[in-house]
Design a protein around this ligand. Structure first.
Ligand code: PLP
Length: 412
């Protein structure tokens, strides 16, 4: 059958499975909020590696922790212990209000651990509890379990049959929630802010109702904080805006500063349902990722108080942008998560913005999504909005700004 030969920014992809529709940018290195290509052109990255690089590229503290630990021990396996896993679990429990952590390597794996705990609990407590409740437009990952509870037909269709015991309801539909959660419900699974679904914050009342119903009917509440957690909304976790405590919390993306690390957090009660030998991983929670994650949590502690302020500045500049360009029909945001609903497909705007030196991405076809690093400055916010302004005005695209001198890349 053969894949189409793809040539991207001079890079041929002949040996890669063609699942990514990449932008024409080949990255040489990154520094702060900027990426650089081999020609020294710089790109302001307001997607932060899809919410991963919260503390910027080449952050000196992350680099120091990483290089120091790389010289000591990268991997151990979970046959033995190392000092950083328990310490990291303790920190995550402190900031989340939960009791125990299981470490894996990605958001989708962290969700799988949650789903397995839910299933194990139902089987042991009440085997008639077979149903899961999730939200339309939600996204929980690409492994088969996570895909089963993701409310996006486009992603699911090719991989059917998936677990059919899932009821999808509209986000923030309190009536539907009240109707669908019954004694047969094993868990309600939700993202406090739907990320891939187009930046849609759940209302406080909806989150509280989900907590109340699950408690009353003996189901678990699972909060997927992969995209909206760890400071992105201005609190450690998105559910904290509603003053609730879920039974299980899924987190990943910025946790280890770009190293793969996921964590599933459990209440003591929920953790009991993953007993000895019931789950595990080779790489999850290794010393390198955990050591770097501890440094990231220290950085988060220092950065968190400023996030609300930065978010307000960004939002007000984007509101101005929307007033100037009718193609932007709505702006949704929570903290440093922004979705610009457009009246047209967003991809051409993403490409045009990249040509001017700004990296953003598009989700749900018509939503420009911005997930800026937490360290974004006022000047960088102004620059990002300026480039979007030019892009929407369809002014002729100039080349992205150059660093001084050809091929002068920032030293690592
Ligand atoms: C809410 C949510 N859950 C799960 C995932 C899957 O994470 P990963 O790609 O690390 O498996 C994502 C990824 O974007 C996400 O946004």
């Amino acid at each position: 059958m053969g894949y189409p030969l793809r040539i991207l920014d001079g890079m041929r992809e002949e040996h890669l499975v063609a699942v990514y529709d990449r932008l024409p940018l080949t990255v040489e290195c990154g520094r702060g909020c900027y990426l650089f290509d081999a020609a020294g052109r710089r790109y302001l990255d307001m997607a932060s590696g899809i919410g991963v690089n919260a503390f910027g590229y080449s952050n000196p503290r992350i680099t120091a922790a990483l290089t120091e630990q790389a010289g000591r021990c990268v991997h151990t396996s979970n046959l033995v212990s190392h000092p950083y896993q328990e310490e990291l679990a303790r920190e995550l429990c402190r900031i989340s209000g939960l009791d125990r952590a299981f470490f894996s390597n990605s958001g989708t794996e962290a969700m799988e651990a949650a789903l397995k705990a839910v299933r194990s609990r139902s089987r042991s407590l009440d085997p008639t509890k077979t149903r899961l409740v999730s939200l339309e437009r939600s996204f929980h990952g690409r492994t088969l379990g996570s895909l089963s509870v993701s409310g996006q037909a486009k992603l699911r269709r090719r991989f059917e049959p998936l677990d059919r015991a899932v009821d999808f309801i509209r986000p923030n539909d309190q009536e539907a929630l009240a109707a669908v959660v019954t004694k047969a419900t094993a868990a309600v699974i939700l993202e406090p802010v739907l990320g891939e679904g187009g930046i849609r914050p759940l209302e406080t009342e909806f989150l509280r109702q989900a907590r109340e119903l699950t408690k009353r009917l003996g189901a678990l509440l699972v909060a997927d904080e992969t995209q909206c957690g760890l400071g992105r909304t201005g609190k450690y976790f998105g559910y904290q805006w509603a003053g609730i405590r879920p039974d299980i919390v899924v987190t990943a993306k910025p946790l280890a500063g770009g190293l793969p690390l996921g964590a599933t957090l459990f209440t003591e009660e929920a953790a009991k349902h993953l007993p000895l030998h019931s789950h595990g991983t080779t790489f999850g929670g290794g010393p390198l990722a955990c050591r770097v994650a501890l440094e990231c949590l220290r950085l988060l502690e220092e950065t968190l108080p400023g996030i609300a302020d930065r978010a307000r500045q960004f939002r007000s500049r984007l509101d101005g942008l929307a007033r100037r360009h009718s193609v932007v029909t709505q702006i949704r945001s929570k903290g440093l998560m922004f979705g610009l609903e457009l009246s047209r497909p967003g991809r051409p705007f993403v490409v045009a913005a990249l040509e001017r030196g700004l990296l953003v991405n598009c989700t749900r076809e018509t939503v420009l999504r911005l997930l800026p690093p937490y360290i974004v400055t006022r000047d960088e916010i102004d620059r990002a909005v300026e480039i979007l302004d030019l892009t929407f005005s369809a002014a002729p695209a100039g080349p992205p700004p150059r660093c001084r001198g050809p091929r002068r890349l920032p030293s690592p």
